[in-house]
Design a binder for this molecule. Sequence first.
Ligand code: GLU
Length: 430
Amino acid sequence: MAHQSLFNDAIKRLDKAGILAKVDPEVLLRLRHPKAIMQVSIPVRMDDGTLRIFEGYRVQHDNTRGPTKGGIRYHPDVSLDEVKALAFWMTCKCAVAGIPYGGAKGGIVVNPKELSHLELERLSRGFIGRMADFIGPDIDIPAPDVYTNAMIMGWMMNEYSTIKRTNCPAVITGKPIALGGSLGRDDATGRGAYYCIKELEKRRQWNPANITVAVQGFGNAGQHVARLLHADGYQIVALSDSRGGIYRKEGFDIPSLIKFKNESRQLKAIYCEGSVCEMVESQTLTNSELLELDVEVLIPAAMENQITKENVNNIKAPVIVEVANGPITSQADAVLADKKTLIIPDILANAGGVTVSYFEWVQNRQGYYWTVQEVQQRQETIMSREFNAVYNLLEEHKVDMRTAAYTHALKRIGDAIAAGGTHTYFSQES
Ligand code: GLU
């Protein structure tokens, strides 16, 4: 979908939900236009002495409900259009979770696997050097996303603090624990999706031993959701990473696969060298074959635009849990809605990450740190409450779960925008 705008596709989801949420049309108008966009070029001295310039973006989509919040991704395919879409999803995600943030996103056009550790550090610090006046603990708070991690967040926080000449842990979340990170943030995205699946399990009276699961993407979110489901007896029969996938009808032993992946990570500090394809004796399959497997639950946990009009008719799973942001295009969505596929949408399914980011920010500002049990218990309360609120809207309005989630989000965003005054308010005679 390179030629089509991801942002324009993303905002299409507002129309139906806007009617159900009964929001003022001005709310939808506002959400179609990001608040602010910052584009920077970052010069980086490479290890061989040459200079390379990298392109970076930060989009603040909407800050009506609070400071903007969202990750920074490092990927060769990053574009302004993609970052705009991701920022829009963050606005909706924070509203679904009911946490007091608007949405933002950042990205650098880079293949981080090609950079040395020191080059990566210079790039990360250089990005913050350019962005320091655009972000802040009460303005816009970054976090990890695709191919960024706690160590990178630590460098960024340190750089920001150096520039501002004050220790400032609350400017960024997903930091190492030693630098003010929160316990429970590392597995929070996967865990949030897991809490959603547990709620669905109750509603559908599933016996986990009979439920087969395929996970596309074995990064942070994919690994943890697979680990937690496996520990509960779910059958994880297929997994993949960017190089390909594996299938085993008896299911995989997830902890040993994670160990393999993490051991191979030691080789290069941040990025895994080993691919899942090298891990165990199993049948290999491509990423697109994995999506088309006849499993009960399909979990896309990699990139956007994985299920499109080209492959949607081959998708067999009756339940899809969007751990990645935007893995299904709006055209494919319409086909799946007709098939009555239950899709737990990204803005709910992966909201666990930003929810624990919020807890991290609260702890940084209080200077008082919680136990992992406190973090997880509060996270579970939010995830199950919001899952059920969205599910109830689905039943009430007889709509798909994505429309229900956007309706839920729009009510909260709409209330906030309306509280500041809309045309209806200003045209009333006083
Ligand atoms: N990048 C994650 C997301 O897409 C986390 C954002 C955050 O913690 O602010 O939700």
